[in-house]
Design a binder for this molecule. Sequence first.
Ligand code: COA
Ligand code: AMP
Length: 639
Amino acid sequence: MTRQYDEVYERSFKDPDGFWGEAAEALHWYRKWDQVLDDSDPPFYRWFTGGVVNTCYNALDRHVASGRADQLALIYDSPVTGNTVKTFTYAELVQGVARFAGALAAQGVGKGDRVVIYMPMVPEVVIAMLACARLGAIHSVVFGGFASGELAVRINDSKPKLVVSASCGIEVDRIVPYKPLLDEAIEIADFKPERCIILERPEAQAPMTAGRDLGWAEVMDAAQPHDCVPVAATDPLYILYTSGTTGQPKGVVHDNGGHMVALNWSMKNIYGVEPGEVFWAASDVGWIVGHSYIVYAPLFHGNTTILYEGKPVGTPDAGAFWRVIADHGVSVLFTAPTAFRAIKRADPAGALIKKYDMSRFRALFMAGERVDPDTVQWAENILGKPVIDHWWQTETGWPIAANCIGLGMLPVKYGSVCKAAPGWDVRVVDDKNQEIKRGEIGALVVKLPLPPGSLPTLWNNDEGYVKSYLSEYPGYYKTADAGYQDEDGYLWVMTRTDDVINVAGHRLSTGAMEEVLASHPDVAECAVIGVADQLKGQVPLGFLILKAGVERDHDEIVKEVVSMVRQRIGPVAAFKTATVVNRLPKTRSGKILRGTMQKIADGKAYKAPATIDDPQILPEIAEALERIGYAQGPRAAAR
Ligand code: COA
Ligand code: AMP
């Protein structure tokens, strides 16, 4: 018997126009598309060309018009501010968003203008994003855990007319003032935004710059509600910067039409959720998961979404997720494996879950990094519900592979992200772009065109888009992940093929950290690798070669570089350890052997690559790592 998944998957390729055209009928269009898939300018494929839409209308107004006005759209749950809970019906949220859109318009923001949003997890961040969408302005949210240097890079690249920020964020019990970081970012950026709108939170006051900064409350008081502005389906909705190989992040663009069609489709077919149910993505709006599954997808689909300002542990304990699920009747939770590792570590027996009513809970989805089977099985045991590992990226906007429970759940294989989702033609190729046998590891690539909702290009950088993603494997999108497909068609995502690491589900560039280390006056050369960490999956580790004649205490220098990374990239980098070495292992052409260093640090078996310049350096690296507590394990046996 053919499974529903197989039929749907096949149809998505045999008849993409019919498949996605039907999915698009569920949404509101001011003008329908001329073409579903526009392949007139490969490799730049577009979806729904000729269509005219508004994303905010589809997320909010459409539901008010069709009987969901009094249903909750958004629940804000904030244990870090004395257990505040605020709710917004669809009618209330549309009012707030229309008003803030009016406030932005009053400052001259219109269609195509960029707005940078640098905010904590408060309802106003959702309002600001949707208000941009309402005006056809392009938002670029910057995660609060990034410091001023990273914010400045994003301001320079996106050139925002206006920045929306807040006086502070709250990290468990630590107030993090955002405004000084914003001021510093604007100071160091070459591009200067004309205006900032600052949400004053009671926990901290923001120093305001006269003539440039305005208060959120003040602009909202003066604003008139603004209606939705029709935009082309192919116009950009947002830019989200993500780490690549270099210190310069990539401005990933997502458009309006294809984005809403794919995300709306995914809610029922992948996540198995019906409109009206409560869906919770425990992530942050600064990441793709937050964009797609805190804000846009649940609202497109008429769900209630949760904005949680807290942590999985420590706010106040490892029962926090169960408490939120029980209090708000969550059906499906989506989070990063690291959150579950933190809960498992604090409450291994799962005792706290017994205090809560989990009767409405149906499934847990995890993504963002490789999930260890132990954590999946532990979660299955304590929840007694399906735990689904699924694979996606900032660039793809929605899952490339998943156990699509809305299409009938497939058997689980621990460690696999299950099968490619409809619309995603995933292949495994070798470095000559030839498909390889099932079971063999190669580069995971996706045959073009990518489905709707995925990136059409990089911001102002078509050339960079082609260079980063499309040139290495002609005809395919390079995911920069390596893995394999097994005999049953299940995909196994094993590792990144570039210098990107995943720290607590946060994607970071080791290249960006190396740039900071290299700028220390005593450092001649450096390398940063990701090493295995039981809680965060990976953490960065730095190697420093000092300039000749530097006689200062090594610990002092290490402390200084640690502080520099925190200052310039931000605390989210979790860069806490570095060690001084005399030499770095390199190939004869001078490329640092980061992969081999990583194996040594993780205590894995390693062999000196044939291209190594001087194999004698490897034991030196192992000794340096042992001194700081790494390189334990089977490595010794391999030597
Ligand atoms: N604003 C300011 N600082 C922030 C921040 C924000 N929005 N988010 C994180 N930070 C800071 C943290 O306070 C921490 O600072 P510290 O070095 O002073 O302790 C640092 O950045 C690292 O943060 P984090 O990675 O969150 O680690 P943690 O030790 O605070 O918490 C976990 C560990 C597992 C609880 C946490 O990583 C977690 O909840 N992860 C979920 C991951 C996730 O949602 N990923 C999104 C993709 S799905
Ligand atoms: P981001 O763009 O921040 O979402 O990070 C995307 C990267 O995270 C992917 O390229 C993978 O390396 C990794 N990733 C995401 N989900 C998974 C998963 N389920 N299993 C393994 N790796 C994953």
